[in-house]
Design a binder for this molecule. Structure first.
Ligand code: 5GP
Length: 132
């Protein structure tokens, strides 16, 4: 297990086997307020609190998978569901014509700050490449 996953695990373990919810689970469960743009029984999508573009939505599975690198074959259907929701949410946000960027930051070098898998859907302006 890499350092990031160990760290993520440590953040999730409260006392003994009792798991503390991740920040994004608390948002999904409406314990922390957010501007929700989509939700179903498998995932939620809400506006990023610090948007980097006119549209910046985070698409998050309810299941607290720490990162894309921690997903397993058991998660295949859920990951497929998320991929399809990206297009739906982008269309609903008016991004389909101009295009948009999807980002999965993973681990320390990837710039991941919340250890719960999430897909950034970013649009409404022209993007640069390579990313910083
Ligand atoms: P990461 O850096 O892990 O790829 O992305 C985490 C994202 O979560 C960041 O873009 C950050 O702005 C966003 N974020 C962190 N805390 C909150 C919060 O409490 N509410 C919302 N809506 N977004 C958050």
């Amino acid at each position: 297990m890499d350092n990031f996953l160990l760290q993520a695990g440590a953040w999730c373990v409260k006392y003994g086997d009792e798991m503390e919810k991740t920040l994004f689970q608390k948002i999904a469960d409406k314990e922390i307020p957010s501007t929700m743009v989509y939700e179903d029984d498998l995932c939620v999508a809400f506006r990023d609190i610090t948007p980097v573009a006119p549209v910046h939505v985070l698409l998050v599975p309810r299941k607290p998978i720490p990162s894309i690198g921690a997903a397993t074959a058991e998660d295949a259907e859920l990951l497929g569901h998320l991929m399809l929701k990206v297009g739906e949410i982008a269309r609903a946000e008016g991004l389909a014509e101009g295009g948009y960027r999807t980002v999965l930051n993973t681990g320390v070098d990837g710039g991941q700050t919340v250890p719960h898998l999430h897909i950034h859907i970013i649009g409404g302006r022209s993007m640069q490449w390579p990313p910083g």
